[in-house]
Design a protein around this ligand. Structure first.
Ligand code: PLP
Length: 405
């Protein structure tokens, strides 16, 4: 019997929750490309619907590929249970639609992935849910924002796009002290459980865009929710089954299980490459500011060094050029190796312009308030040779510097 508690992270990302082989005993779990499952009798079907007998009913609720990968991610996150969704936004909405009702209140970090921000500013308020935005670097402000009707406290481990690091343990104890009923929800997409495990620091539920590092190959859209079994058992029949219907596709879950096998190796390389690129950018005169928690100049470097595991600081580096929006756009257009596309966590290095792309759901004033300028770029450092990436960036930056001289 496989015991994940006695195994290391690398072993668990491959072996945890592997089902017993059936039939000719394939090494890889077959893809259960089916929408529904056969019942032996009407009595069995009724018993499964009544949750009196375990077993598969319909892929919108459960599928062997999704269940396997969810249980493996839960193991890596240190959580009791997990479930997959069709996207990261699906993971966020399925959780919130299960927890919230009209009149409830959320306390959220001010800096978020753009679509999460739109959900909080435009989507949820339409259904009577109020959201208060606070800067999560200020723990006293977070505590003070919690009210009796606060149901959820929400943040990202490292903020998208500017990599501010949240002290998850400090936030967890502050908000639970202020209101023990609060569900502290952390989007751990940017770090993955290899670097940070929010549940072990006091968070109640973790969500992921599995589209990113968990899959790692840029060919899937999916999400994951990890938390207490009692919570997952509520989200599946409500947030997943009838509120969103956002079930993960079996083939996508299969691909994530495949990608997960190399999570630690990929993350080590993403982190090492990102560190090298960040140091290069910091030393270039055409760069005004570099956001990377691994740099000593990062305001929460000491916190990140304490909270991040395995000696890495993530694969995303954001940087602001010492020029205006038009010249920033030209710089990106002229890059040869770094590819202009949103998303992150891919083997291919991707660059994007948050103000006009992932964060265009913020107004110009709101972006200014969180310190996102029109010259800021988000670079998801891939697995290429870092010297080749640096050469690509250097060519464009040197040109800007020559023009400025
Ligand atoms: C931090 C973060 N959370 C959630 C999402 C949404 O994930 P998905 O695109 O898989 O819906 C993204 C997407 O970029 C993200 O960056």
């Amino acid at each position: 019997m496989y015991n994940p508690d006695s195994m290391g992270f690398s072993t668990n990302q491959i072996h945890a929750a592997r089902p017993e082989p059936i039939g000719p005993a394939p090494l890889a779990t077959p893809i259960y490309q089916t929408s529904t499952y056969i019942f032996e009798s009407t009595q069995q079907g009724a018993a499964r619907f009544a949750l009196e007998e375990p077993g598969y009913i319909y892929t919108r609720l459960h599928n062997p590929n999704s269940d396997e990968v969810a249980a493996r991610i839960a193991c890596l996150e240190g959580g009791e249970a997990g479930m997959m969704t069709a996207s990261g936004m699906g993971a966020i909405t399925a959780t919130l639609w299960t927890i919230l009702r009209s009149g409830d209140h959320i306390v959220s970090d001010r800096t978020l992935y753009g679509c999460t921000y739109a959900l909080f500013t435009e989507g949820l308020p339409r259904f009577g849910v109020e959201v208060t935005f606070v800067d999560f670097e200020d723990i006293d402000a977070v505590r003070a924002a919690v009210r009796p009707e606060t149901k959820v406290v929400y943040c990202e481990t490292a903020t998208n796009p500017d990599l501010k690091v949240v002290d998850i343990a400090a936030v967890a104890s502050a908000v639970h002290e202020a209101n023990p009923g609060v569900l502290y929800m952390v989007d751990n997409t940017f770090t993955s459980p290899y670097l940070v495990r929010p549940l072990t620091l006091g968070a109640d539920v973790v969500v992921h865009s599995a589209t990113k590092y968990l899959n790692g190959h840029g060919d899937v859209i999916a999400g994951a929710i990890i938390g207490k079994k009692a919570l997952i058992d509520r989200i599946i029949p409500c947030g997943l089954k009838y509120m969103t219907g956002c079930a993960a596709a079996p083939f996508d879950s299969f691909l994530i299980a495949r990608g997960l096998k190399t999570l630690d190796i990929r993350m080590d390389r993403h982190c090492a490459n990102a560190m090298k690129v960040a140091r290069f950018l910091e030393g270039h005169p055409a760069v005004r500011r570099v956001c990377y928690p691994g740099l000593e100049s990062h305001p929460q470097h000491a916190l990140a060094a304490r909270m991040y595991e395995h000696g890495g600081f993530g694969g995303v580096v954001s940087f602001e050029l010492a020029c205006g929006r038009e010249r920033t756009a030209q710089f990106v257009n002229e890059l040869k190796l770094c590819t202009l596309a949103v998303s992150l966590g891919d083997a291919i290095t991707l660059i994007e312009h948050p103000a006009s792309m992932t964060h265009n759901t913020y107004t110009v004033e709101e972006l200014a308030k969180i310190g996102i300028s029109e010259s800021l770029l988000r670079l998801s450092v891939g697995l290429e040779d870092p010297d080749d990436l640096i050469a690509d960036l250097r060519a464009g930056l040197d040109k800007i510097e020559e023009e400025r001289a």
